[in-house]
Ligand binder design. Structure first.
Ligand code: TMP
Length: 211
């Protein structure tokens, strides 16, 4: 079977981990070879970079340094984990990818969409996901869920204005990459969001098989 690289995107509190975990379980039950991973992280070097980026004590981190670290973590994760798995015909389900950098660093940090895209094109060698599922949640609902977290990492601790700019950044991502991104209404019940995600993924696989 052909391999697939599928990413889940959305603001903090949109339910990516819950949905991706259940989707992986269901795809595995259907007999697919599935890998569930995340960014930043997913393998040793990238998890180490994640710890540096998200450590609340790193208050001195410059915005461009942050963007480069996300891109470096992305590169290593692609080379070490995603590319080989896709080549072996697996389905890679990844929480967050390029679009997160465009929204958080491009807009949240005001570095600019095209500037952040350009450093990332160097990192990804033009590899875009086969499909991206965007979990669309009302900005306030996401922020409320974020407030409920017992541990807040360095980005969770950012201002409301920052998170508002991230939401605007995602709107721009959705506008620029409409063909790749499927929007799912994440204000629905967990079961409904999981069903909708499964439907989209199975459609992608079936359409490719039929082609
Ligand atoms: P997570 O909490 O969803 O695992 O993601 C960690 C944080 O990193 C989250 O606040 C979003 C942020 N992030 C970026 O700012 N840029 C990126 O490129 C990625 C992948 C995540």
């Amino acid at each position: 079977m052909k391999g697939y690289f599928i990413t889940f995107e959305g603001p903090d509190g949109s339910g990516k981990t819950t949905v991706a975990t259940e989707v992986c379980k269901r795809l595995t039950e259907l007999g697919y070879d599935v890998i569930h991973t995340r960014e930043p992280g997913g393998i040793g070097i990238s998890e180490d970079i994640r710890n540096i980026i998200l450590d609340p004590k790193n208050t001195m981190m410059d915005a461009k340094t942050e963007a480069l670290l996300y891109a470096a973590s992305r590169r290593q994760h692609l080379v070490e984990k995603v590319f080989p798995a896709v080549k072996e015909g697996k389905i890679v389900i990844c929480e967050r990818f390029l679009d997160s950098s465009l929204a958080y660093q491009g807009y949240g940090r005001n570095l600019g969409f095209d500037e952040v895209l350009s450093i990332n094109l160097f990192a990804i060698d033009n590899t875009y996901p086969d499909m991206t599922i965007y979990l669309d949640v009302d900005e306030q609902v996401g922020l409320d869920r974020l407030q409920d977290r017992s541990f807040k990492d360095r980005l969770d601790q950012e201002s409301l204005e920052f998170h508002h700019r991230v939401s605007q950044g995602y709107r721009e991502v959705l506008r620029r990459f409409k063909d790749r991104i499927t929007i799912i209404d994440a204000s629905k019940t967990k079961q409904e969001v999981i069903e909708a995600s499964m439907k989209e993924i199975l459609k992608l696989i079936n359409d490719q098989n039929a082609a």
